[in-house]
Design a protein around this ligand. Sequence first.
Ligand SMILES: Cc1ncc(COP(=O)(O)O)c(C=O)c1O
Length: 418
Amino acid sequence: MTAETRAPFAPLGGRTPEEVFGGLATPCYILDEGQLRRNGEILAGVAERTGCRWLLAQKAFSNYDCYPVLAPFLAGTEASGLFEARLGFEEMPGKEVHVFCGAYRAQDFEELLRYAGHVVFNSPAQLAHFGPRARAAGKSLGLRINPECSTQEGHAIYDPCAPGSRLGTTRAQWDAHMTPELTALLDGLHFHTLCEQNSDALEITLGAVAEKFGDVLPRMKWLNMGGGHHVTRPDYDVPRLERCIRFAQAQWGVTVYLEPGEAWALNAGFLAARVLDLTENAGVKNAILDCSAACHMPDVIEMPYQPPVYGASVGTSIACPPGSSCACPTDAQCSSLHQYRLGGPSCLSGDLIGDYEFDHELRVGELVLFGDLAIYSTCKNNTFNGMPLPQIWRRSEDGTLEQLTAFGYRDFKYRLGR
Ligand SMILES: Cc1ncc(COP(=O)(O)O)c(C=O)c1O
């Protein structure tokens, strides 16, 4: 197996997965602190040059043992409700806590105010119901707006601007429900419309925000541009992002917040698994692993998303790989590649991670290393089928591996009853 240089595997420094992680019981996640720091440095550079303020959206990455690595680069955390707000408050001491929730529950709200400094509402009705109490507690209040500007196609579940969306207040809703008293409660506006996108999509969105809410924004102290900014991806256009931030600052005199999740932990984690069995059916070679798409990487099914695998390419090609020394005709199936459909051991037929091409035949017991699995994985997994939760390890910058969790049968059982 040749050394992998693709971004998700760069932290291995040219060593093989077996050399680096071979001693760990599988399946397990490994969080890479060096990559977290490198991502943090990129974001901090934008803040230094523009004066924007970065928040960590904890829904994507909330492995708080690693928060000290990110803390120097951010202004605070973003939460989706009470528990994440408390986590940010406890584990990022002294940092800002912002919360946005589609709708707050009355029984949570008082406690929420203990942790959050910024509270963002989804609708004028929620602002009217909870805003005065939050205001009296000295909180900075915001309203999520919906600029009705879709910049992604074929991904309706990740498009808060899709027609009929419940997320954010449209201009028509604003005009119908925002009284002067309600508007006076607000310090800021918030929009979240992107998903794994570049700054050209932000630029288009900002144009729609200016068109729909440009009259309101000069009265605000801050504008939160949400998440979905893939800033730490190699092809991300950082100068264009900085132009967008400066535009908002100059046009409306606002402090600009951004709250990505993915960008902080992109390519900063692995899932190590081993091959349990190899089967073949109607020409399809299946490799059954000790990890599961449905349980351990749910975005593979939900998003859908196919994670990179060390030493393998995604998909099924019919041409020989460039530069390969094989003698196959280029329009034929390349016989030097070995195609496998990777899947989990669960009962779900669709518990499939995807089709991959390896440069060698897989064998039972072999370690398969998935890259880019720090985000939306450890915070989103489950124990369907009684599947054990993979342990979580931390890999420090000096290569030291430290086990952070001790999941076992109890973690499966006590989610289900007494
Ligand atoms: C309101 C809000 N902010 C921030 C984020 C983080 O987005 P991402 O992890 O894609 O950067 C999300 C993701 O759904 C979101 O809904």
